[in-house]
Design a binder for this molecule. Structure first.
Ligand code: HXC
Length: 294
């Protein structure tokens, strides 16, 4: 029987937990729950379709991540897939098959990947199982990827008579180099977690069941850092993948200078000189550190 588009409840396509609870090595929330201040968990929730990214899901994902980005209490976002089999097995092929060039250009969900990549809050993908096609592109749109050792990455679009359309040719080439990206895009070959780590595609690989816990712990460590410096660092490192070196160095210099005089810079340096731990400001509205003004 031909594959049919799955019918989903739009409310449940994306789940948000903020603050997220710390997970144990089995991925389950601790009992009693231990909230991680400043950390949000966003779950792609179509496990029966391996979390395939329908336009409806992409729209809700973009809205959820943007709402968290606008919340001063959210300082790091972890993105994961429901279940153990997939982060996301790509765009929803049943839905994609019915499109033409004009309908794709008009589909608001099609911008979901860009909208996730554009948030100022640092993002971490926690990947178990398949991250294929648009799923791999979504993971790569995040700032970091924590992979379980059962993770599989790939750009299989060539097998469907198309090419990656949500950053896969660009972000993959920047992450692992042109020659390697070319092979994966032209053949659709899938790479397992260990190879993805060797290629520099992922931040780290952990035992499969620990991927979410490790991503949340990493997010908590980031959320505990001074917020303006974190946002400036995110903006500067992202620029490395987007602009030529001289322009990136200018971005860095502007952001660096812009942090001087912020309460956390004053506190951080005073604490070092006083030989005491710094007391960072409580989360609040992000100030203009990311303006690059200097
Ligand atoms: C829609 C999908 C899907 C997808 C899986 N499913 N991937 N539905 N779109 N991308 C559904 C199946 O139809 C099936 O539903 C259920 O999930 C389980 O999948 P199976 O194929 O039965 O599982 P398995 O045999 O274990 O194979 C797993 C798999 C395979 C290797 C991941 O499902 C697969 O190749 N999926 C497609 C991967 C792909 O081509 N991704 C790129 C898509 S294009 P039922 O109801 O039958 O149980 C893309 C373009 C992005 O991403 C750019 C857009 C801008």
């Amino acid at each position: 029987m031909a594959r049919q588009p799955a019918r989903d409840d739009p409310q449940d396509l994306v789940l948000v937990e903020h603050p997220a609870s710390r997970r144990g090595p089995d991925g389950a929330a601790l009992d009693p729950p231990e909230p991680l201040p400043g950390v949000a968990l966003v779950t792609l929730n179509r496990p029966r379709a391996l979390n395939a990214l329908s336009f409806g899901l992409l729209l809700r994902l973009a809205e959820a991540v943007e709402a968290l980005d606008a919340d001063p209490g959210c300082r790091a976002i972890v993105l994961t897939g429901a279940g153990t089999r997939a982060f996301a097995a790509g765009a929803d092929v049943a839905e994609l098959a019915a499109q033409d060039a004009a309908s794709l250009a008009a589909a608001p969900g099609f911008r979901g990947w860009d909208r996730v990549a554009a948030v100022a809050t640092p993002t971490i993908a926690a990947v178990r199982g398949y991250a294929l096609g648009g799923g791999a592109e979504l993971a790569m749109a995040c700032d970091m990827i924590v992979a379980g050792d059962d993770a599989t990455f790939g750009q299989p679009e060539i097998n469907l008579g198309i090419i990656p359309g949500a950053g896969g040719t660009q972000r993959l080439a920047r992450a692992i180099g042109k020659a390697r990206a070319m092979e994966l895009v032209l053949t659709g070959r899938r790479v397992a977690a260990a190879e993805a780590e060797r290629l520099g595609l992922v931040t780290r690989v952990v035992p499969a069941g620990e991927a979410l816990a490790a991503a949340l712990d990493l997010a908590a460590a980031v959320a505990a850092q001074p917020v303006e410096a974190v946002r400036a660092a995110v903006e500067a490192v992202r620029a490395a993948a987007e602009v030529p070196l001289a322009a990136g160095l200018d971005v860095e210099r502007g952001l660096f200078r812009g942090l001087f005089g912020t309460p956390d810079q004053v506190e951080g340096m005073a604490a070092f000189l006083d030989r005491r731990p710094p007391r960072w400001r409580a989360p609040g509205p992000p100030a203009g550190a990311a303006d690059g003004a200097s």
